[in-house]
Design a protein around this ligand. Sequence first.
Ligand SMILES: NC(=O)c1ccc[n+]([C@@H]2O[C@H](COP(=O)([O-])OP(=O)(O)OC[C@H]3O[C@@H](n4cnc5c(N)ncnc54)[C@H](OP(=O)(O)O)[C@@H]3O)[C@@H](O)[C@H]2O)c1
Length: 269
Amino acid sequence: MARRALLTGGNGFIGSHILAQLLDHGCTVCCAVRTQEKGDKILRDFATQQSQITITIVPDIVAPGAYDTAVQGTPAFDAVYHTASPFTYANAGSNLQFLEPAIKGTLNLLKAVKDNAPSVKRVIWTGSCASVIDYDNLVADPPRIYTEADWNPVTWEEAVNGDPSKAYRGSKLFAEREEAGNQRFVVCARQFDFQDVCDILRSHHPELSERTPLGKPGTRSLPPGAYSIDNSKVKKFLGVEFRSLEETVLDAARCMLDIERNEKQALST
Ligand SMILES: NC(=O)c1ccc[n+]([C@@H]2O[C@H](COP(=O)([O-])OP(=O)(O)OC[C@H]3O[C@@H](n4cnc5c(N)ncnc54)[C@H](OP(=O)(O)O)[C@@H]3O)[C@@H](O)[C@H]2O)c1
């Protein structure tokens, strides 16, 4: 675990979880975000660990040299975590707005580290199964089992001119292909389908039965030939132990119910 890290996208979903883990392990973290308001929100969200956090503003990750100053921390960083990348389709005006920050932002960061941050021993970049899986052919005979050796077949042409999902898949593919010289890990616990999710919810939260589809309890809804992922590499080399599907679904449900309860309370006061 790093002792002093630079984290991009620390205000995002994945980034905030990485930040929480780093802080809990005693690491000090500099969060690179687009605006001071986003940095202030991080400081509020992690109020009890504020002393371990600093904020640096990188307004445009596409601009040449965008990260050159941010990577030069004092004391120097020993690791960089890069999660900043377009993920929400709603925020993208065009496919290029998806592709450019993903590709140029990543290249800018890697170049900045190479040229200006010799203390950095490791750069961790969040890829996606989107750069691995062929989402246009999810079912096959025999079923596909994807590994770190696989790349989705999206072309640059499709990424620029196709629907937004092609832009996202392209953004992850081309950003990774440009620079993936080292280790690639696909982090995926298991195959599951939404019948499993409904069955778990209905058995633990009968009060939600009106809001949980019934489907055909106890059956599989995935078609024969549906793809799966071989996760042996991440388990072997990083020692990852995955949570059960039941724990994951129930945790997510608990969080959503908390949010709903808080929103209702806020509206009634
Ligand atoms: N969530 C998943 O299930 C999942 C699965 C696989 C991979 N990933 C990968 O994990 C990373 C983070 O995803 P997430 O789920 O945490 O998404 P998220 O909550 O939408 O967070 C995205 C982060 O990237 C930043 N960002 C987006 N567009 C940017 C741009 N043009 N310039 C600078 N910063 C930009 C956002 O900052 P602003 O607030 O300033 O926009 C935010 O900090 C992405 O690389 C994504 O591909 C996510």
